[in-house]
Write a protein that binds this ligand. Structure first.
Ligand code: GAL
Length: 643
């Protein structure tokens, strides 16, 4: 695994560059990402390019021995371009254009902007496509960041109508699929259909779901357009895009099909603060991040590229600037996060950013270096990580063990009609993942279309729309399968299936959901050593429940190797159910204390302590430790060979 950093030569005096490059190499970095926000310097005026400075920057970095990942600058269109076609802006949910003055001010559906991107990407790729310094291209930057994958612009509306006309044979079929007879919503032509944002009360969920699918397709097409240009102009270089954390506005599996490498931007402390975690978790992990945040995304994005190639394109090096509260990582965490990525098979971890910028929006965001050029804590830990990576050597691929299925459409469905606060397919995936990992299991997060061959066990936390193809593959799978509530509860066009939930799963499991309830915060039903909350289903079935609540209601039903769960479980419930399944599947279970996690890659095992007190590894490795020891300090790592 290599290390790298994100660097902005245009932010610094030119006489810094050579020394910066020298220090990067000295620190153990061999990759540097540049260029992704530099459009205004590359093309200061329409059609007039200034390559001199970038040529010199590329040369200085290359001469120092760094391989360059060049970003296309399309996340930051310059002012002259926006002024030349103001309708390229994305529109917010209130129908207002989102203005110039930060970044990502464009609509994915605007053809004029797409053509401007073709031009700048072609110019950049033409200039550097064959340059020996360039090892990879990053398309744009964080598609969808700042809530921008969805736009309610006139361009989006026009494209959405065309998309619908291509999907449905005629508007009558659309009316029927969406159920538009309800509330007299029927259309006479595709041109009458508006975007679903400005309705009086909620728009038809089928309308929303098609709009979400359309919005996702627009991102896929936008990215693909750049990959065509880059592949032709720069053969042999990897094409990568940097995804975000807990972000589902487009189908990352679909974008990933056009990439050589999936990558993501890992900011565990910011994500802990900004997402659904409890106050208690936020308190105890504020300087480490929840133990599964980074790992979950590593395993998710590995599954987004067909060969499983993935990087961390941006790694948090210290406090960030964008969360509600921005604490500093516990000393050791930057090193720990780096090795956790290695344990999940990353090819690269690149820190964001080389040096903290003293100006503009992110002046409070740490870098590896302080604004005065001195090493910050991140630099010290990156150096240590480089040494450890070299000492550990190459690790093999992550083992195939548990397949957790997640698809983006599931999260669109639960977002469009949550039916109860806090019900999210993404959150369900994360919580099942946490339970699996707390038992020491290795997990791959896969799309619904993935082959299940070689896995010992399959977990589907929540997949409302289930394809017949997946049901066929589940029927053929011999290991234990766990399926969570709401799976199979909707048709392709967002209706209740004729046979009711769990829809097509009824061919595998004789059970019908006849009522669902969402539960307010604080309401819990207890069982023996576990509780359920948020959601509970009533079933009609001849099956005997495998697990019940204290009041006798069944919450887990099983037919052959398939288990169906009728409620939103707590971690203890999942640990019980998954522990039984893992034993049936012949997988070794290692119950871990709350803050400790284990991951295997090839014949190397890694253990991580996300706690603020020392922890003892519950297993006694047969071999000598490659790094660390059985007693793991806070933010510590232990590594050993398993053969
Ligand atoms: C990422 C983004 C970077 C920078 C960073 C700050 O979302 O790609 O450009 O803004 O966050 O944490």
């Amino acid at each position: 695994m290599r290390l790298g950093c994100c660097y902005y030569p245009e932010h610094w005096p030119e006489d810094y560059w050579a020394e910066d490059a020298r220090r990067m190499v000295e620190m153990g970095l061999s990759r540097v990402r540049i260029g992704e926000f530099a459009w205004s310097r590359i093309e200061p005026e329409p059609g007039s390019y200034d390559w001199d400075w970038l040529d010199r920057a590329v040369k200085v970095l290359h001469d120092a021995g760094l391989g360059i990942i060049m970003g296309t600058p399309t996340a930051t269109p310059p002012k002259w371009l926006v002024d030349s076609m103001p309708d390229m802006l994305a529109y917010d949910t209130y129908g207002q254009p989102r203005g110039f003055g930060s970044r990502r001010h464009y609509c994915f559906s605007h053809e004029g902007y797409a053509k401007a991107c073709d031009r700048i990407v072609s110019a950049l790729a033409g200039r550097y496509g064959h340059h020996s310094a360039i090892v990879a291209w990053q398309t744009d930057n964080e598609f969808g960041c700042h809530d921008t994958a969805i736009s309610y612009s006139p361009a989006a509306r026009d494209s959405f109508r065309l998309w619908l006309a291509a999907k449905y044979p005629n508007v009558r079929e659309l009316n029927s699929a969406w159920g538009n007879v309800f509330w007299s919503m029927e259309y006479q032509s595709f041109d009458e259909i508006e975007l679903p944002n400005l309705t009086v009360t909620e728009a038809n969920p089928a309308h929303w779901l098609d709009f979400r699918r359309f919005s996702s397709d627009q991102v896929v097409r936008f990215n693909r357009r750049q990959t065509f240009i880059l592949r032709a102009a720069s053969p042999g270089r990897d094409i990568v895009h940097n995804f975000m954390g807990f972000f589902t506005q487009f189908d990352h599996h679909a974008v990933g099909r056009d990439l050589d490498v999936a990558s993501w931007d890992s900011y565990p402390l910011g994500f802990l603060e900004q997402f659904w975690f409890s106050e208690e978790e936020k308190q105890s992990y504020c300087r480490q991040g929840h133990p599964d945040i980074a790992a979950f995304h590593h395993d998710l994005y590995r599954g987004c590229q067909q060969q499983g190639r993935w990087w961390v394109m941006e790694q948090q090096p210290g406090p960030v600037n964008w969360a509600r509260f921005n604490p500093a990582p516990l000393p050791g965490m930057v090193h720990l996060w780096t090795l956790e990525a290695m344990a999940h098979g990353a090819e690269l971890v690149s820190y964001f950013r080389w040096r903290q910028a003293p100006f503009a929006q992110e002046q409070m965001h740490a870098g590896l270096l302080r604004p005065d050029c001195a090493d910050d804590q991140g630099a010290i830990e990156a150096r240590q990580a480089a040494k450890d990576i070299a000492a550990i050597g190459d690790v093999g691929p992550p083992p195939r063990s548990v397949a957790l299925l997640f698809d983006y459409q599931s999260d669109w469905v639960t977002d469009i009609q949550p039916q109860g606060k806090g019900f999210s397919a993404l959150r369900a995936a994360f919580e099942y993942y946490t339970a699996l990992r707390s038992l020491g299991l290795d997990i791959d997060i896969l799309p619904a279309s993935a082959s299940l061959g070689g896995y010992a066990m399959v977990v589907i936390p929540c997949m409302p729309i289930l394809s017949d193809d997946l049901v066929t593959r589940l029927a053929a799978f011999l290991g234990p399968i766990l399926i969570g509530p709401r799976s199979g509860s909707k048709t392709e066009s967002f209706s209740i299936p004729p046979e009711m939930a769990p829809g097509p799963l009824q061919s595998l499991l004789p059970l019908k959901i006849i009522r669902v309830e969402s539960l307010r915060d604080g309401i819990k039903f207890e069982g023996d050593g576990f509780a359920v909350s948020r959601w509970i289903e009533t079933v009609e079935t001849g099956l005997e429940p495998q697990m019940t609540l204290a009041d006798g209601r069944g919450v887990l039903y099983q037919a052959d190797n398939i288990r169906y769960l009728t409620a939103w479980p707590d971690c203890k419930f999942l640990q019980l159910a998954i522990g039984n399944m893992a034993r049936e599947a012949g997988l070794a279970v290692t119950p871990l204390s709350e803050a400790v996690r284990i991951r295997r890659a090839g014949n190397v095992a890694f253990a991580f302590n996300y706690g603020s007190v020392a922890a003892r590894l519950p297993v006694e490795p047969r071999n000598k430790f490659l790094s660390g020891e059985r007693q793991i300090p806070p933010a510590g790592v232990a590594v050993w060979r398993t053969d």
